[in-house]
Design a protein around this ligand. Structure first.
Ligand SMILES: Nc1nc2c(ncn2[C@@H]2O[C@H](COP(=O)(O)OP(=O)(O)O[C@H]3O[C@H](CO)[C@@H](O)[C@H](O)[C@@H]3O)[C@@H](O)[C@H]2O)c(=O)[nH]1
Ligand SMILES: [Mg+2]
Length: 259
């Protein structure tokens, strides 16, 4: 039983004990980039709140001026969950994934940064396993992987599967980073590690993920993996175009030369 002086009410009605507990708790900033995700974002946010109810967190949505009205939905979600829990940090136009994370980071107040997609390909049910893995191992980075036992991909056609597999095998062969899924973008970073690594990253598009993890590995960060199953989106379409594949190949050569 708590002593009376421990439960005595302090400022704003909080108890001494609850304030101490809150201070000790780590905070997670979940950065979600969006471009035309009006039909997906509400369910993602609902599931994030459901699966992270035991944790302190904020969601930061970086929307690049989606013409489909994504921001209107986010504003409605702010009314439900609070503007301090669901932050909208919009940019005027589509400026790419890599810079979207950087923009989100500038507004994040958490001890840890989690990045994930907005289209339910990254199911929020996995979030506690990322956090648990980090707590158990003390890792600086926990990355979701499709290419180990219990991980996988659902719903992609053969071409997309081969592109992803090929991109990974090529990068594994040339760079040896010791991580099984280099292009995945469901990850947890210690905030300091994220800030450090991103400061030396030049990629702006999808290749950003590979550059981040390769640089992290070269810098000697402790990286752990958790298996995830990536399920292709039901609503909307992928923004990965042919130009991104070219950028990926250029990024691979750049990393080969510079790391
Ligand atoms: N703000 C912003 N968001 C963007 C942009 N481009 C894409 N997004 C958002 O980034 C997320 C991923 O985009 P998708 O278009 O759904 O990517 P994907 O083809 O499903 O690719 C996924 O798998 C790849 C690995 O195989 C990953 O490399 C990639 O990052 C992503 O997770 C989605 O939330 C999407 O709205 C952009 O320029 N700006
Ligand atoms: Mg997707």
């Amino acid at each position: 039983m708590a002593k009376l002086e421990e439960i005595e009410t302090e400022e704003h009605g909080e108890t001494t004990m609850s304030i101490k507990m809150r201070r000790k708790k780590k905070k997670y900033s979940i950065i979600i980039p969006t471009y035309n995700e009006r039909l997906n974002i509400a369910l993602v946010i609902y599931l994030v709140f459901k699966h992270l109810q035991d944790f302190e967190f904020e969601v930061i949505i970086v929307d690049d001026g989606s013409p489909d009205g994504t921001q209107d939905v986010i504003k409605q979600l702010q009314n439900v969950y609070g503007e301090d829990r669901v932050l909208l940090r919009a940019r005027p136009k589509k400026l790419g994934l890599g810079t979207a994370y950087y923009h989100g980071l500038k507004h994040a107040s958490g001890d840890f940064i989690i990045i994930m997609d907005a289209d339910l390909s990254h199911h929020p049910k996995y979030l506690p396993s990322f956090i648990r893995k980090q707590m158990e191992t003390g890792a600086s980075i926990v990355t979701g992987t499709r290419y180990v036992r219990n991980g996988g991909v659902h719903g992609w056609n053969l071409i997309r599967k081969l592109t992803s597999r090929g991109a990974n095998v090529l990068a594994q062969t040339l760079l040896w980073p010791g991580v099984s899924d280099l292009t995945g973008s469901f990850r947890l970073y210690e905030r300091k590690a994220f800030e450090d690594i991103i400061s030396s990253v030049v990629s702006k598009g999808y290749v950003f993920q590979m550059e981040m993890i390769v640089r992290a590995s070269r810098k000697g960060y402790h990286i752990e993996e958790v298996p995830i199953t990536f399920v292709d989106r039901v609503y909307g379409s992928s923004k990965l175009g042919g130009s991104e594949i070219l950028e990926y190949l250029k990024g691979l050569v750049y990393l080969l030369i510079t790391t």
